[in-house]
Design a protein around this ligand. Structure first.
Ligand SMILES: [Zn+2]
Length: 668
């Protein structure tokens, strides 16, 4: 239920570039990225990024490459330096020892290959020992506890209607293709994807010494699960995910499954009630448990287990998983170097131990202060924006302003660092470390049920290059990792910084009022605080955004999904407008001169556009369009600027040019 700035495949670390020699800083604004032959009023993205796009091919070990990937790459080098020092530290403290041991075990491919499937034997044997459906709850419980996504999912969440309570959350889960519609789309590409997925399962079963013939039956099982699943667009509406019920009522949805054994196996606290996000899924589960042979469950579970742990399994397993999930689905030809993969795993499993080392080394108080000042400026702009709105009644407006005033922010890193003392990391046991880390995290999540909400917790690690709004906390969050060029450049003036990081702050703040965020009040409770007329006015304005983005054509029959990306597009459009308003206030106090031939207003839009200079493979573009709530970078730029009269003015564009939309959309 969190809205992020963007969504990248893995956790993506970033940090200041000071200490490690050989690092190249990415400037906040790059004249050499501009394509002077392009007309900004015809295609602003091409103008802002054209030369960069021409000169920066996608590396063979990536599926996309953008201006901030350069920053991420530098940051990964920095994290590697921290981890290599930790590996060799003579008298490490507890956390340094953990990250060093974890990283060293992950890096030791020779040992991982030599051990073969032996480290997985206990887990595989437990699955293969199942004799009847009565054995499913214990084995599923064990898999869930170790972070393996099979059949359904169980965890904790704030109650959507009572943000002070943490409850159990039951949900659909367990399919191997990226999204439920992948099982049913009837175009040629979708059919090919299913064929490739089936072939992949056969190869993986063979590598696991299991009968390949089970792949077809696993495909049929997953297709039945997908059929009962909600699609990614429906899931953006929180009201569709809220079905609070007494535990007994939930258990009755699939009453031949031994729920009490399952809850005992995962170590759940006592539950009186749970939220069931997808009730139909559990009804289907009941039928599947009655109908599927045990051999199918075994093959299905072992496939998912091996896939999830492939990075710490022998090369033939890892290659097989990479071949389908990275090469086929995203167009990434080669694996990333091992150290990058292990930096990413350590960030995923011990993120606040590694993140603390990173913050200690790099993040200064001035970064926090300057960001806080900008947050205040953007919040003031939003207040001004809300007060001037013509389409909202005073009644709803007052509640919107109350909500805005209640938004809190977190900048940089957590005040309370996570305690990893109960997580055992053993040097040389890469698979065990991964499973124990998952177990630690699962237990941490379940332990929250029935306890007060921890408002200091972060759901991103400090080195992450991203940001988020959480509607249930009503807060905006900016990890230290994003407060760097090209997002935030200490050496740049306000014009580009407002266009880059200012638009990020505005984006997150606007999420509080997008199609999803607007369904939550100032306390983070899902409730309708809108008059019916205001609600309708919002929907009409949102529909303009849906139609605008749905028309973007990626080629090969793929279009942006305007409904899926509505919240993000609303946040992009509102965010850039708020940043613009804040810049105007700042310019009124301190005017800025023309620089490099560009007015401050033009530099503002270039600062925004250049954050998003990015290339992606066609495979990656397709995957993003079909599963990701964020539009592709080109449309995040041209889609937004073509709605803004301020852009038209800044570049003296004329009616009829492509960047001057005849029916410009505006929600906020
Ligand atoms: Zn977002």
């Amino acid at each position: 239920m969190r809205s992020t700035l963007f969504f990248i495949v893995a956790a993506t670390p970033a940090m200041l570039l000071a200490q490690t020699p050989g690092l190249k800083a990415t400037p906040g604004f790059d004249l050499s990225a501009i394509d002077r032959a392009a007309n900004p009023c015809d295609d602003f993205y091409q103008f802002a990024c054209g030369s960069w796009l021409k000169n920066n091919p996608i590396p063979s070990d990536e599926s996309s490459w953008g201006r901030f990937s350069e920053l991420q790459q530098n940051n990964e080098l920095e994290l590697r330096a921290i981890l290599e020092a930790a590996m060799k530290a003579p008298n490490p403290d507890a956390n340094t020892k953990k990250i060093g041991d974890y990283y060293s075990s992950c890096m030791d491919e020779e040992s991982i290959n030599r051990k073969g499937l032996a480290p997985l034997k206990t887990e595989i044997d437990r699955i293969n020992a199942m004799k009847s459906p009565q054995d499913l709850p214990d084995v599923l419980g064990r898999l869930h506890k170790t972070g393996i996504d099979v059949l359904f999912s169980f965890g904790s969440s704030q109650d959507l209607k009572d943000s002070t309570a943490v409850i159990g959350w039951m949900d659909q889960g367990g399919i191997g293709l990226p999204e439920r519609d992948y099982y049913f789309r009837d175009d040629a590409k979708a059919a090919d994807t299913r064929k490739e997925y089936l072939a992949y399962m056969k190869r993986l079963l063979k590598a696991l010494n299991m009968p390949e013939t089970e792949a077809e039956r696993v495909m049929a099982l997953e297709t039945a699960m997908a059929k009962a699943s909600m699609d990614v667009t429906s899931r953006r509406d929180p009201t569709k995910l809220y079905h609070m019920m007494p535990l007994a009522q939930f258990e009755a949805l699939a009453d031949s499954f031994g729920w009490s054994r399952y809850f005992a196996a995962v170590g759940a606290p006592k539950l009186d009630r749970v939220n069931v996000a997808a009730p139909d899924f559990f009804k289907a589960q009941e039928q599947l448990i009655k109908s599927q042979p045990m051999e199918v469950w075994k093959a299905y579970m072992i496939l998912h287990l091996a896939r999830s742990q492939s990075r710490v399994l022998p090369k033939n397993i890892d290659d097989t998983v990479f071949g389908f999930y990275s090469t086929y689905l995203t167009g990434q030809k080669d694996k990333r170097p091992r150290w990058k993969q292990c930096v990413s795993s350590t960030d995923g499993d011990l993120g606040e131990a590694l993140g603390k080392a990173f913050v200690d080394k790099t993040f200064g108080a001035d970064g926090k202060q300057r960001t806080l000042t900008m947050v205040r400026q953007i919040e003031a702009a939003m207040q001004q924006d809300l007060e001037k709105l013509t389409w909202m009644s005073p009644e709803t407006k007052k509640k919107a302003l109350d909500k805005l005033h209640a938004v809190t922010n977190k900048i940089g890193y957590p005040d309370n660092w996570r305690d990893y003392s109960k997580l055992e990391i053993v040097r040389g046991d890469a698979l065990g470390n991964s499973l124990r880390a998952n177990q630690f995290e699962f237990a941490r999540q379940l332990a929250k049920i029935g306890k007060p909400v921890d408002r200091t917790e972060w759901s991103m690690t400090p080195p992450t290059v991203n940001a988020y709004y959480d509607p249930q906390m009503n807060n905006i969050n900016f990890p230290a990792g994003i407060l760097q060029p090209p997002f935030f450049d200490k050496t740049a003036d306000d014009a580009t910084n407002f266009g880059a990081v200012g638009a990020v702050v505005g984006h997150e703040l606007t999420h509080g009022f997008d199609d999803e965020g607007r369904q939550f009040d100032k306390a983070g409770n899902m409730t309708d605080w809108w008059t019916p007329t205001d609600s309708k006015a919002f929907d009409d304005r949102a529909k303009c955004i849906v139609d605008e983005y749905s028309a973007f054509d990626l080629g090969e029959g793929v279009h942006m999904n305007g409904k899926l990306t509505l919240g993000e597009n609303t946040a992009d459009n509102g965010g850039l407008r708020l940043a613009w308003m804040a810049l105007q206030t700042s310019l009124a106090a301190h005017s800025l001169p023309k620089k490099d031939d560009f007015t401050p207003e033009q530099r503002f839009f270039l600062g925004y556009g250049q954050v998003w200079c990015q290339k992606e493979t066609m495979e990656s573009a397709r995957l993003q369009a079909q599963t990701n709530p964020h539009a592709l970078p080109k449309y995040r730029v041209n889609g937004v600027v073509s709605n803004l009269p301020e852009f038209r003015q800044a570049f003296a564009c004329k009616a009829g040019q492509p960047m001057v939309r005849a029916n410009a959309c505006r929600v906020w």
